[in-house]
Design a protein around this ligand. Structure first.
Ligand SMILES: [Zn+2]
Length: 526
């Protein structure tokens, strides 16, 4: 029993002593503001609600809140200076003419590293903020709840360069023995709320315990996330959780199981061993095919019931992408400059690191995962079409996915699933905020909300890749190869960060570490 609580699918080592804590973020040296008034001039606004782009517009911020949004007429037409808001004394103007402004991004599944990856909070935070991510749900940290709450509070006061944090504790974390009765579950949930957590991250448990914990958590008004690991899905799947009050499911496990019609258990090979990650991830790639086909009776029934429960799905497509194209994930162009040596080592094939299950991964595994994605994406896109809330989460730090960069990749994968780019941005902003219960404060650019923005000097709807820190490759009329985009400014609480400088800091951290250790990225086996 206890063992089940120790090694989690996300690779979080819960048992104390297995891993040290991550180095906390240093005092903030970056960012300017907030000012009594900040006017961001001339932007094309994508407000996060699903509205199409409009502009030019001047966005007026008082300290850390949006106080006015002034539309300035037709693009390209001369703007009458009298139509523009006048800067108040002590105010600051930011010229962003022609740039695109969106609400700050919400990452619904962001672990602040772990000692096994050997990265500091500063490294993770700057990669996030450098990609416009201003709010992150920490879905259970091996650093412990107190550690996360401390960083959360420092971020709230902007003492550190970091996104707003929401702390969800791994269910059972900190308890001396495994939770084995509903009464113990309820006591743990009460204690978790008392400590100040924002929610709970489950990985599955016996049904009576899941039910008691979810109901109590909901009763207390807290939220929850669940990665339904294969050890418990035969008796408690994603639909069971939704019925008991889970507010969001992570990844996808537990969903095909709710869609079984000709079996009740995944078709595990008889020599399968869950503790062998090659088995686990290889067989998972065959799972969607075992579920009811798209638009069949059972598929519709489960989807519609989840919709009626206002259930959020946080698919984290990106974190499984290496399964369908390992070389792509391994050779991503940012690894060279942005991936910390210790993190690279963590990614490489290993029987020890979580998510490094490349014992023998080739054409057969990749082809079945491609089919898995097709069926999975069909469900997610239709869930969105029927009014369901689909959010953007990454789970980066595993499986060759890098903080920040993984977020943009997740946006691209939602696009691939069939989302219009405006639907993608809404999932990244307003829907994330709703899922966290923060939509009165963040998630869209509207008067009264907090001044959290992403500004980029290229149109992200035309090419989401302009949001990558490495930009998007473009050929000019003069046959020059240039890179466009990369987030220009990330604004949180009215504080303006030069996003490119944040990423420069990350590159320096990586270069320093490489110089110290003489480390070079190599390909496995070469
Ligand atoms: Zn995770």
């Amino acid at each position: 029993m206890r063992k089940q609580f120790i090694l989690f699918a996300c690779g979080i080592f819960l048992a104390t002593g297995l891993c040290a804590q991550v180095q906390k973020a240093p005092d903030r040296k970056e960012g300017e503001g907030p000012w009594p008034q900040l006017i961001i001039r001339g932007v094309i606004l994508i407000n996060g609600t699903g509205a199409p782009p409009a502009g030019p517009a001047d966005i007026v911020v008082g300290k850390n809140r949006i106080t006015n949004i002034v539309m300035l007429g037709s693009p390209g037409a001369p703007v009458n200076p009298q139509d523009r808001p006048v800067l108040a004394p002590g105010g600051k103007e930011l010229n962003a003419a022609g740039m695109y402004l969106m609400p700050g991004f919400v990452d619904m599944h962001g672990h602040i590293g772990g000692a096994a990856q050997g990265v500091s909070a500063e490294y993770v935070f700057k990669l996030w903020m450098g990609h416009g991510i201003t709010t992150v749900r920490e879905p259970g940290s091996m650093n412990g709840l107190d550690w996360v709450l401390e960083e959360k509070e420092k971020s709230r006061q902007n003492l550190v360069t970091a996104p707003r944090l929401k702390a969800y504790t791994v269910f059972g974390q900190g308890s001396k023995t495994a939770i084995s009765t509903p009464a113990e579950a309820i006591a743990w949930v009460d204690e978790n709320a008392k400590k100040g957590a924002d929610g709970i991250k489950f990985f599955g448990a016996p049904p009576e315990i899941m039910k008691a914990a979810l109901e109590e958590n909901k009763h207390l008004g807290l939220r929850s996330a669940c990665h339904h690991k294969q050890m418990d899905v035969a008796r408690w799947n994603a639909l069971s959780s939704a019925r008991a009050g889970l507010t969001s499911m992570e990844h996808w496990y537990g969903l095909p199981e709710a869609l079984f019609t000709d079996k009740t258990i995944e078709n595990f090979p008889l020599n399968y061993n869950y503790s062998n990650e090659q088995d686990r991830f290889e067989e998972a790639g065959k799972l969607w095919k075992q579920a009811a086909p798209p638009y069949s009776e059972q598929w519709n029934k489960v989807m519609n019931e989840m919709l009626s429960l206002d259930f959020t799905i946080d698919p984290t497509f990106n974190i499984y992408e290496a399964n369908r194209d390992l070389m792509r994930a391994r050779r991503a162009e940012w690894h060279e400059e942005y991936t910390m040596p210790s993190l690279w080592k963590f990614y490489e094939p290993s029987r020890q690191s979580h998510g490094s299950y490349w014992h023998s991964w080739g054409t057969e595994q990749e082809v079945s995962w491609k089919e898995n994605y097709r069926l999975w994406m069909t469900f997610i896109n239709e869930y969105k079409n029927r009014g369901g809330r689909v959010t953007v989460g990454t789970d980066a730090g595993f499986i060759y996915e890098l903080y920040g960069f993984a977020y943009v990749r997740e946006l691209e994968l939602l696009r691939e699933a069939g989302f219009h780019p405006l639907e993608v941005i809404r999932s990244a902003t307003l829907y994330g905020a709703q899922a966290l219960g923060m939509d009165k404060e963040i998630g869209s650019v509207e008067v009264g909300k907090l001044a959290d923005f992403v500004i980029v000097d290229a149109n992200p709807l035309e090419n989401l890749q302009v949001l990558y820190g490495t930009g998007a490759v473009t050929l000019t009329d003069k046959n020059e190869v240039v890179r466009r985009g990369g987030v220009k400014y990330t604004i949180k609480d009215g504080i303006v960060y030069d996003a490119k400088k944040l990423l420069e800091d990350v590159r320096r951290m990586v270069a320093d570490e490489k110089a110290k250790t003489g480390f070079k990225i190599t390909q496995p086996g070469f």
